[in-house]
Ligand binder design. Structure first.
Ligand code: PNW
Length: 460
C-alpha cells in the first residue's frame, strides 16, 4: 500500500527565466521579465534574472546533480525570446542549439525531458507590438512558436506543457500587477485568460494535426490551492466551491467541458469573453493529461468582498468577483511564502479534479516550499522541507490508492532560483545555490528525495 505504482514518474521542475541567466547573449531577445525586473521597486532588492543560477552555462553540471539523486524526469521551460528574439518569424539558431544540447544531455543521463513552452517570459516585442496577452493575435503567435519547438525538438521531446499557470499570468500579471507585465485591472485578467486558453488550444491543434507521428503527449498546467469551507453552513460550502471554480475551473472547464463555469458567466457579465462554437470545439479535450501545480490551502467563507490576504502574492484572485473571504487556521505551519502546510488539502483537491473532470491522468507538475535555508558546517539541514515533501507525497500515495489517477510528481524546485518579484531570498530548491559563487549543494531534502525515488515509496 505504501509503494507508488511502478510507472510513477518522479521528477523535478524549473523554468527558464528563474535559472538560466545569460539573458542578453547569443542572440536572445529581451522578455517582459528582463524589462519588468529592471524597473526600480518591482522586485525584492531590485534583483533580476540576469545571472540567476547561470544554468545556461552550467547545465551539464546540473544534469549530473539530477542524475546523482536518481531523477527520472526533468520539467524545464523554453525561453521563447531565446529561440525567437522578437517572438515572431526569425529563428535564433544559437538558442535552438542551447536547448538541443540540454535535451541531448538529459537523454544521455536517462532523464526524460518535460518541456513547458510558456513559463511567463513573453518576448518583450510581443508586449510592445501586440499588447501581450491582451492582443487577439497572441494565440496565432504562440501557436507558430510552438510549431517551431515541435519541429526542432519533438523528435526527442515527448511530453509537452503548453502554458504554466495561466491563472497567475492573468491575475498576478494583469489584475494585481505584481508580476510582469505589471498591469492592474479588474477586467483585463479575464481577457488575458481568454487568449491564453485559445493559444493553448491552437498549439495543441497543430501538435495533433501536424506532429501526430511524433507520438507524444501534450497538456496544460494549471495551479490551484485547496479551498476548505470555513464552517458547515451552506453559504460557506458554496463559497469554497465558487472559489475553486474561479481558480481552477476558469481554465480547466473550457479545456475539459468546452466553456467557462456558469458561476463566472453570471458574476462577470460582459467582462468574461465568449467562446465561438468553433473555438469551443477546438479547446474541448485539448489536454492529454491534467497538469497541476499545488502549494497550499485556505479557508473560504461567503462574503461581500472584503479582501483579507493570506499570502505574499495574494492568491485569492479578485475577491469581489467571487464573494469569498479567505483565511488561515492559526495552528497551521507557514512556509516563508506565508503558505500554509496542509497536506490533506492536496488530497481533497486531487479528488475534486478526479470527480469534476472524469478521472483524468493527473501529474503534479509543481509542489514544494520555501524556507530560509542556511549552510551550517557544510550542510543544509532543511528538515522542514523534508517533512513537507514526505507529508504531501504521503497523501498523494493515499489518493492513488483511493482511485485518483495521479501518474507523476515534480518537486519545485531542482535548485534555489529567482522567485520572480520576491527575488533570491525565497529558496525553494532541493539544491542550495550560493548566489555569489553559484556553487550548488544538495540539501538534506535532496538526499531524502533520492531515497524516496529509489524505494518508490515515502514510508521508510
Ligand atoms: C509558481 N499563487 O508560481 C510558479 O510556477 C513558479 O515559477 C514559482 O517559482 C512557484 O510557483 C513558487 O511561487 C506561483 O499566488 C505563484 O497562488 C503564485 C501563486 C501560485 C504559484
Amino acid at each position: 500500500m505504501k509503494k507508488f505504482p511502478n510507472d510513477f514518474i518522479w521528477g523535478i521542475a524549473t523554468s527558464s527565466y528563474q535559472i538560466e541567466g545569460a539573458t542578453a547573449i547569443d542572440g536572445k531577445g529581451p522578455s517582459i521579465w528582463d524589462a519588468f525586473s529592471r524597473i526600480p521597486g518591482k522586485t525584492h532588492n531590485g534583483e533580476t534574472g540576469e545571472v540567476a543560477c547561470d544554468h545556461y552555462h552550467r547545465f551539464k553540471e546540473d544534469i549530473q546533480l539530477m542524475k546523482n539523486i536518481g531523477i527520472k524526469a526533468y520539467r524545464f521551460s523554453i525561453a521563447w525570446s531565446r529561440i525567437m528574439p522578437t517572438g515572431k518569424e526569425t529563428i535564433n539558431e544559437e538558442g535552438i542549439s542551447f536547448y538541443n544540447n540540454l535535451i541531448d544531455t538529459l537523454i544521455e543521463a536517462d532523464i526524460t525531458p518535460w518541456v513547458t513552452l510558456y513559463h511567463w517570459d513573453l518576448p518583450l516585442a510581443l508586449q510592445l507590438e501586440d499588447d501581450g496577452w491582451l492582443g487577439d493575435s497572441m494565440p496565432d503567435y504562440f501557436a507558430a512558436y510552438a510549431d517551431v519547438c515541435f519541429e526542432r525538438f519533438g523528435d526527442r521531446v515527448k511530453n509537452w506543457i503548453t502554458l504554466n499557470e495561466p491563472w497567475v499570468v492573468a491575475i498576478l500579471g494583469y489584475g494585481q500587477g505584481v508580476l510582469a507585465p505589471g498591469r492592474i485591472s479588474s477586467s483585463e485578467p479575464y481577457l488575458a485568460g481568454h487568449y491564453l486558453i485559445l493559444a493553448h488550444g491552437k498549439a495543441v491543434n497543430i501538435y495533433r494535426s501536424k506532429y501526430k507521428h511524433q507520438n507524444g503527449l501534450i497538456g496544460i498546467t494549471n495551479n490551484c490551492d485547496w479551498r476548505e469551507p470555513l464552517t458547515n453552513s451552506k453559504e460557506d460550502k458554496d463559497a469554497a466551491e465558487r472559489a475553486l471554480e474561479f481558480f481552477l475551473a476558469w481554465f480547466a472547464d473550457p479545456i475539459y467541458k468546452g466553456d467557462y463555469p456558469m458561476v463566472m458567466k453570471e458574476r462577470l457579465g460582459n467582462r468574461l469573453p465568449v467562446f465561438s462554437e468553433d473555438e469551443k470545439e477546438m479547446i474541448t479535450g485539448s489536454s492529454d493529461f491534467f497538469g497541476l501545480n499545488h502549494y497550499t490551502t485556505m479557508y473560504a467563507s461567503n462574503s461581500n468582498g472584503i479582501i483579507k490576504e493570506g499570502s505574499v502574492y495574494g492568491n485569492g484572485g479578485i475577491s469581489k468577483d467571487q464573494g469569498v473571504d479567505l483565511s488561515l487556521d492559526k495552528n497551521w505551519n507557514l512556509t516563508l511564502m506565508q503558505w500554509a502546510v496542509v497536506p490533506w488539502g492536496c488530497k481533497k483537491l486531487l479528488h475534486w479534479i478526479n470527480e469534476r473532470y472524469n478521472h483524468p491522468n493527473i501529474y503534479i507538475t509543481e509542489n514544494g516550499c520555501a524556507y530560509a535555508d542556511e549552510i551550517i558546517d557544510g550542510q543544509v539541514n532543511d528538515q522542514e522541507r523534508l517533512d513537507f515533501y514526505q507529508s504531501y507525497l504521503k497523501v498523494c500515495n493515499e489518493a492513488i490508492n483511493e482511485g485518483v489517477k495521479l501518474k507523476g510528481y515534480f518537486a519545485w524546485s531542482f535548485m534555489d532560483n529567482f522567485e520572480w518579484a520576491l527575488g533570491y531570498e525565497k529558496r525553494f530548491g532541493l539544491h542550495y545555490v550560493d548566489f555569489k559563487t553559484l556553487e550548488r549543494l544538495p540539501k538534506k531534502s535532496a538526499y531524502w528525495y533520492k531515497d524516496a525515488i529509489s524505494k518508490n515509496s515515502v514510508d521508510f
